[in-house]
Ligand binder design. Sequence first.
Ligand SMILES: *[C@@H]1O[C@H](CO)[C@@H](O)[C@H](O)[C@H]1NC(C)=O
Ligand SMILES: *[C@@H]1O[C@H](CO)[C@@H](O)[C@H](O)[C@H]1NC(C)=O
Ligand SMILES: *[C@@H]1O[C@H](CO)[C@@H](O)[C@H](O)[C@H]1NC(C)=O
Ligand SMILES: *[C@@H]1O[C@H](CO)[C@@H](O)[C@H](O)[C@H]1NC(C)=O
Ligand SMILES: *[C@@H]1O[C@H](CO)[C@@H](O)[C@H](O)[C@H]1NC(C)=O
Ligand SMILES: *[C@@H]1O[C@H](CO)[C@@H](O)[C@H](O)[C@H]1NC(C)=O
Ligand SMILES: *[C@@H]1O[C@H](CO)[C@@H](O)[C@H](O)[C@H]1NC(C)=O
Ligand SMILES: *[C@@H]1O[C@H](CO)[C@@H](O)[C@H](O)[C@H]1NC(C)=O
Ligand SMILES: *[C@@H]1O[C@H](CO)[C@@H](O)[C@H](O)[C@H]1NC(C)=O
Ligand SMILES: *[C@@H]1O[C@H](CO)[C@@H](O)[C@H](O)[C@H]1NC(C)=O
Length: 484
Amino acid sequence: MASLVFYLSATVLFAQSTVAFNCSKSPIYVDIHRRAVNGIDVFQYGSFIGVGTSAQNQSLWPSISQNHTSFTSTSYCDNATLANCGTSTGGFFDRTLSRSFEAEPQFQTLDKARNGTFEGDFGHDDIHLYTHYFETDGATQTLLTGSTIQVATNGSIAPSIVGLGQSSTLLRDLYDRGIIAGRTYSLYIGHGFDRAKGVVNGSNVFGGYDAGRFKGDIHKYSMNINRKNPMTLRVKDIVITNSQDKNNVSLFDPAVFTSMKSRPESFEAELTTDQFPLSLPYQLTQNFIAHMGAEKDNFWGDNSLKLKDHFNGSLSIVLDDDFVVTIPSEVLSNFSNITPIQDRAEKSDKPFYLSTAFLTQVYLMADYDSYSFYLAEAVQKNNLVMPTTFCPKSVPVAYERPKQSKWVSQGLIGAVVGGVLGGAGIAVCLYCFIIACIRKRDQKKVEKEIEKGRQSKMAQMEIEDVPEFDPPPKTSTPFFWKKR
Ligand SMILES: *[C@@H]1O[C@H](CO)[C@@H](O)[C@H](O)[C@H]1NC(C)=O
Ligand SMILES: *[C@@H]1O[C@H](CO)[C@@H](O)[C@H](O)[C@H]1NC(C)=O
Ligand SMILES: *[C@@H]1O[C@H](CO)[C@@H](O)[C@H](O)[C@H]1NC(C)=O
Ligand SMILES: *[C@@H]1O[C@H](CO)[C@@H](O)[C@H](O)[C@H]1NC(C)=O
Ligand SMILES: *[C@@H]1O[C@H](CO)[C@@H](O)[C@H](O)[C@H]1NC(C)=O
Ligand SMILES: *[C@@H]1O[C@H](CO)[C@@H](O)[C@H](O)[C@H]1NC(C)=O
Ligand SMILES: *[C@@H]1O[C@H](CO)[C@@H](O)[C@H](O)[C@H]1NC(C)=O
Ligand SMILES: *[C@@H]1O[C@H](CO)[C@@H](O)[C@H](O)[C@H]1NC(C)=O
Ligand SMILES: *[C@@H]1O[C@H](CO)[C@@H](O)[C@H](O)[C@H]1NC(C)=O
Ligand SMILES: *[C@@H]1O[C@H](CO)[C@@H](O)[C@H](O)[C@H]1NC(C)=O
């Protein structure tokens, strides 16, 4: 009997110890921007991650649905239907050149819901996660040995993808080996890629978040774990604001769109990075087309609607908790008047998506240990990189910005505040911040003198030039749905 009691209490203790997270583990910051990759002579936008021994460097696109991290085999383009395949995959991986690759032909994929976009072989290999804050500084790497990878052999999309879905093998391995605090992950996708035609770079933080990358209220949501994209939101209104006359039109308003008999219900939409344009319910898409004078188009191969005439205005998405995300004018009719709204067939039963265009405006923080996620307004022009541990079940806290500091007013921006915040950490961070500022200032001076007028390569230093977006409505419950 005594032994049974002992056994039971030991089990309880064991169970408790497995859920006690070590939240002093530092997160891993991996930035997202354009860079040289293995096997392509055109810069590719993505997360700076290498694979194999010796490392073959890639730019991986983050996916919040795919569970596997996948690389593009050197023979992928022989049969793939991806347009401009040779220059748009995010890099190539020649597994025969990697001394650490081990094939695992029996492996059963965790990505069963990925529908025919690509196929490939499974194996194990080393993954190199690179952190580099300044283009002029070297990168530091976090090495994850023998992690599950997929090597894509044929398909129709760019398969160089870092898989951060619900069962992400990368997050699992980083956590199981005690490298990060929990299965937490944060993303700012940025918009420095062709489809968005922007300049701002993004970042991934594994086991953490960048406290300098968001501001304002933080909004908490539960994951819907039965979905391929478990992060879903309810949209209760969409308002188009004309910048010139400040006129607001709700796509939900039956008085404006008389083909609707009544105001539509709110709808559930999935967050995804798997496509750029938003996919809205058929009727709302029709209202958008009618109000904006939009027409079908397929310039980017994603059926984004195109405006007949340029529109100067923004589109605000109102979530059911009154969080408003505004797609600014530069994104709404960015390039040749192509919008980030996808056409939709009347009969389509595909999910609705708040996709990459939406994520260019928000910072996403996901906690797969408690099946919740957080959104906050992204800081586009971020001057501080502040990777902070995201302890499972805790609520991320934005860095409190001081009033414009001397360094900022003197143009000394772009500093990195690394490490874990809190207590003595802050002092250390501030020290690093000052040191980084001084170093950057010196480097900048030298650069300027050496090559005056040439575009500086110090990536993170040039963000002063980024055009600022229209701010979203100031109050948390602006007039346009308060009325209801
Ligand atoms: C927690 O992680 C830190 C940093 O990796 C380590 O120094 C410490 O020993 C760990 N604590 C426990 C209880 O495992
Ligand atoms: C983004 O990164 C690229 C390097 O790939 C750099 O040239 C560019 O200046 C960066 N943009 C910003 C806004 O920092
Ligand atoms: C491409 O397709 C051809 C014909 O089906 C096949 O023989 C070849 O092995 C394929 N190449 C690759 C790399 O899969
Ligand atoms: C990833 O795994 C989850 C289960 O944990 C599954 O629901 C989801 O569909 C998978 N993703 C894909 C792309 O299949
Ligand atoms: C997969 O794609 C095919 C063809 O596009 C489609 O008919 C099918 O419904 C899709 N299946 C799922 C699970 O999405
Ligand atoms: C891959 O990137 C790392 C980190 O910047 C670098 O040290 C290494 O030389 C690169 N490998 C190649 C083959 O360029
Ligand atoms: C490669 O994929 C394309 C489309 O994804 C398909 O049409 C083709 O049959 C595939 N080829 C092989 C050899 O699997
Ligand atoms: C496109 O949008 C980006 C922001 O996503 C902006 O920086 C850029 O200036 C826009 N380009 C055009 C041509 O409007
Ligand atoms: C858009 O409208 C704003 C506000 O009236 C104005 O400042 C801006 O110049 C306009 N932009 C264009 C491209 O017309
Ligand atoms: C439209 O909404 C904006 C933002 O809330 C507000 O400032 C503006 O006054 C509204 N315009 C009209 C005509 O009500």
